[in-house]
Design a protein around this ligand. Structure first.
Ligand SMILES: *[C@@H]1O[C@H](CO)[C@@H](O)[C@H](O)[C@H]1NC(C)=O
Ligand SMILES: *[C@@H]1O[C@H](CO)[C@@H](O)[C@H](O)[C@H]1NC(C)=O
Ligand SMILES: *[C@@H]1O[C@H](CO)[C@@H](O)[C@H](O)[C@H]1NC(C)=O
Ligand SMILES: *[C@@H]1O[C@H](CO)[C@@H](O)[C@H](O)[C@H]1NC(C)=O
Ligand SMILES: *[C@@H]1O[C@H](CO)[C@@H](O)[C@H](O)[C@H]1NC(C)=O
Ligand SMILES: *[C@@H]1O[C@H](CO)[C@@H](O)[C@H](O)[C@H]1NC(C)=O
Ligand SMILES: *[C@@H]1O[C@H](CO)[C@@H](O)[C@H](O)[C@H]1NC(C)=O
Length: 733
């Protein structure tokens, strides 16, 4: 790892950082509107501190050459939208080019680091990779997202970046909440063989609408040179780092000062303001939101008749003596015409009702057909047949309505976890059983076809330390999974949470032992073997009595029987990713062993797997651990809570096991079964009296600590659920 990625950690250009916003905006005078060159600078932004809502919103207007440009920190701002709470900035393209003089590859890797008031917009940006032999990623706190692109001269088309084989370009969705990233290239995919036709590979995180692929991007350097290696990127911003509920309690600092304005929460950047429907203008300025005169705009608000504007609304009526028929005003004929007109309109109404019903029925049928199509596509029929033949399994196929009902139509308040793959909602079924519903964002084609088959295999897994799959829903585009609900949060929360509880070595060892048994079961006892693919402390849940339950087979793929099967999209969690997997793109059972090694370290040290804020050599927990092991200074890194003389022997053994799991080469790592055996043995030794002289005391201690865990579990249960909701952000790691 050190060798292969050294260029990544050293050869980086400067970090572009946006100024951090103050936590609470101080009250300032009314915003002064300003201009910079051709651009408006609307409040809450301003060109000097008196005009901006707070220091995080002060922009620089600078003349560069002939142009006047707006800057925030080191980033050029090209557009600001107050109604949408978005800002367009220019960020950097990263490239990997063949260099004739050195006969090697040259790298320009961009790195972006946004202040706490900004987040990359997941809806407006994409990760785009261009090249004929390229595999590139953007690496954020909790995600590695990227794709691989190849070229087939005949398939190359302008404006086409579908990621299909040979397209020369691919793109991946950006998850929500990304605030910083580093771009990097897999060194084994490079242009050293094809530099004469394709000198460079590129990766850019940029506004989707601003990208239009051209085949000339491959054959020349025009993509990079077009705007000095800059591309537009869309950011979402928030005005202060708290929620609307919190912000409203202090009238002096609440930013939505205009009458007729609303407050909008954004989990990642705090709140922002918006004019209420029917109003437009600037919600941050008092009386900034003014009524929209709908009658002036008969295209958006059509009105045949007399249009009358009111506050926030408008009315559309017919002049006296006219009636509205079919949306138009026509003269009311009171004489002999009345009967036919009335009769006619009654007939018309009846006709309309019949037509509407017919339409609704057709739509319903269409919806039903779509649902059936998805159901078939995901292998629902095979699953259904199999389920019928195996009576007695508790696995259930849910309908979309059932899950919508259970989760209050996927209400954001019911989200209990985010991940690279999607969101997890808490739900309550009609039978009052609590469940966790996992709703993924996308699914790849290969997986789609085999989904039913995979479900069948997962449904047969029955292990006390694995979260049970209760069922799935196939009649939607991306299938949803239904798991049993585990109340006590994640291992991540237990280790890194702010609860001040002491967690004894015995408890930690038990959790480690239970999780390793679960993984060993998946690797060795399931048929075919199942790889987890995303082992981390947020994927180990804790039951009512703090029993470990391994969850989230979202990233898991059944172990391919054909060893040459490659996945082109590497996804996992930084800090836990097997370096070998990043190089070969091939997930093996030893990748899970590596990730589990990192979980062991977390248990030993109570430090996070990746700490981007820390100094360079302390960023990755596994690297730091390996270096202290080499220097024989294990004690420096151990958690104070468990560092004691009587524990030392066990701690050293666990550390040695972790070191083996973290071996750079997969073949040298122990199997999960061996890891589980080792941990089980250690646990027995620790519990068994003959190992210690004052055994009784030790036993009592252990017994006591586990008792107090149980009682605290009972009193904090309600709190834990709340906390998981509040910490939804956290558990994405
Ligand atoms: C504005 O520019 C000045 C001088 O170039 C710099 O010192 C300052 O940090 C910049 N401020 C912001 C908010 O970018
Ligand atoms: C380019 O990739 C090949 C494998 O495809 C590898 O052998 C070679 O070392 C790489 N070259 C550089 C300069 O990284
Ligand atoms: C794509 O457009 C460029 C000019 O923008 C042109 O030179 C190139 O030949 C086009 N490629 C294809 C495959 O049509
Ligand atoms: C992309 O560029 C092509 C020309 O190369 C043009 O015909 C097409 O309209 C452009 N598409 C967009 C969305 O700008
Ligand atoms: C509101 O915020 C201001 C400025 O931060 C502070 O001085 C004041 O005490 C706050 N008021 C309340 C009621 O919290
Ligand atoms: C804004 O609302 C407040 C209270 O609702 C009201 O007293 C005030 O007159 C309003 N201001 C304007 C300009 O409508
Ligand atoms: C919309 O308003 C314009 C001028 O106010 C008028 O010329 C036009 O006919 C109107 N269109 C409709 C559909 O009423």
């Amino acid at each position: 790892m050190e060798m292969k990625f050294s260029w990544l950690l050293l050869g980086l250009p400067a970090v572009w950082m946006l100024a951090a916003a103050a936590d609470v905006p101080a009250a300032r005078g009314p915003g002064c509107s300003a201009r910079c060159g051709e651009m408006d600078v609307p409040y809450p932004y301003g060109l000097d501190p008196q005009c901006a809502i707070h220091d995080g919103f002060v922009l620089n207007c600078t003349t560069v050459g002939r142009a006047t440009k707006l800057f925030h920190g080191g980033l050029e701002v090209i557009k600001i939208s107050v109604p949408d709470g978005k800002a367009w900035v220019k960020t950097w393209i990263s490239r990997q080019c063949y260099d004739q003089t050195t006969n090697g590859m040259l790298y320009n890797n961009a790195q972006l680091w946004l202040g706490n008031q900004y987040v990359l917009s997941a809806d407006d940006n994409k990760v785009i990779v261009i090249g004929c032999k390229s595999l590139a990623y953007m690496w954020s706190d909790s995600y590695i997202i990227g794709c691989s692109s190849t070229c087939d001269i005949k398939a190359l088309k302008n404006s086409s970046c579908s990621g299909a084989d040979g397209d020369g370009c691919c793109q991946a969705d950006l998850p929500k909440g990304v605030k910083k990233y580093i771009s990097y290239f897999n060194v084994d995919y490079n242009t050293s063989q094809i530099w004469q036709s394709t000198p460079c590979n590129y990766i850019a995180v940029m506004e989707t609408a601003a990208f239009n692929f051209s085949t000339t991007y491959l054959t020349s350097t025009v993509f990079y040179d077009m705007d000095n290696s800059l591309i537009p990127t869309v950011l979402e911003w928030g005005v202060a780092r708290n929620t609307c509920g919190q912000a409203r309690t202090n009238k002096t600092t609440y930013a939505c000062v205009s009458n007729n304005s609303d407050c909008i929460d954004n989990n990642y950047v705090g709140y922002r303001c918006k004019c209420s429907p029917g109003y437009k203008g600037n919600p941050y300025v008092s009386d900034g939101c003014t009524d929209i005169d709908e009658c002036q705009d008969n295209v958006t608000y059509p009105c045949a008749g007399i249009c009358k504007n009111t506050q926030g609304h408008f009315t559309c009526s017919c002049p006296p003596g006219q009636d509205r028929i079919n949306g138009l005003c026509v003269k009311a004929h009171k004489s002999i015409w009345v009967a036919p007109v009335v009769g006619g309109s009654v007939g018309l109404v009846v006709l309309l009702i019949v037509a509407t019903c017919a339409y609704l029925i057709r739509e319903r049928r269409k919806l039903h057909r779509i649902k059936q199509k998805y159901f078939r596509q995901h292998g629902g029929l095979i699953l259904f047949e199999e389920m019928k033949s195996q009576q007695g399994t508790a696995f259930k196929i849910f309908s979309e309505e059932e899950l919508q009902q259970a989760t209050h139509r996927f209400d954001e308040h019911w989200v209990i976890g985010h991940g690279g793959h999607g969101k997890v909602y808490k739900g309550v079924l009609k039978t009052e059983v609590e469940v966790a519903v996992k709703r993924c964002m996308t699914i790849d084609e290969q997986h789609k076809k085999e989904f039913g088959k995979e479900m069948l295999i997962l449904s047969q897994i029955n292990h006390k330390n694995i979260v049970k799959i209760l069922g799935c829903c196939l009649e939607v585009e991306v299938p949803m999974l239904v798991y049993e609900f585990i109340p006590n949060g994640t291992l991540f929360d237990l280790i890194h949470g702010n609860h001040g509880r002491h967690i004894s070595l015995g408890t930690r060892l038990r959790i480690a032992c239970e999780s390793s048994e679960a993984l060993a079961y998946l690797h060795s006892c399931a048929s075919p073997p199942i790889l987890h693919g995303d082992v981390k402390s947020t994927n180990i849940l804790l039951d009512g009595d703090y029993t470990a339950k391994v969850s989230d087979f979202g990233a898991s793929i059944l172990a391919p029987s054909d060893k040459s099967q490659f996945v082109t999209l590497v996804q996992g969690t930084c800090g836990y990713l097997d370096p070998e997997y990043m190089q070969t793109c091939q997930l093996t059972d030893k990748s899970d062993v590596y990730s589990f090694g990192v979980v062991l370290l977390e248990l030993l040290t109570r430090k996070k797997a990746l700490n981007l804020e820390g100094p360079e050599h302390e960023k990755s927990l596994s690297m730091r651990f390996l270096s202290v092991m080499k220097e024989n200074k294990l004690e420096d890194i151990l958690d104070d809570q468990i560092k004691s003389n009587e524990n030392l022997e066990y701690l050293e053994e666990i550390a040695e096991l972790a070191r083996q799991c973290l071996d750079m080469s997969g073949v040298n790592r122990p199997s999960m079964m061996e890891v589980a055996d080792n941990l089980g043995r250690l646990r027995k030794v620790m519990q068994h009296p003959w190992a210690h002289e004052n055994s009784e005391e030790l036993d009592n201690l252990l017994g006591e600590s586990s008792m107090s865990m149980v009682s605290s579990a009972v009193t904090t249960e309600a709190f834990s659920i709340e906390k998981r909701v509040a910490m939804g952000l956290e558990s994405g790691r």
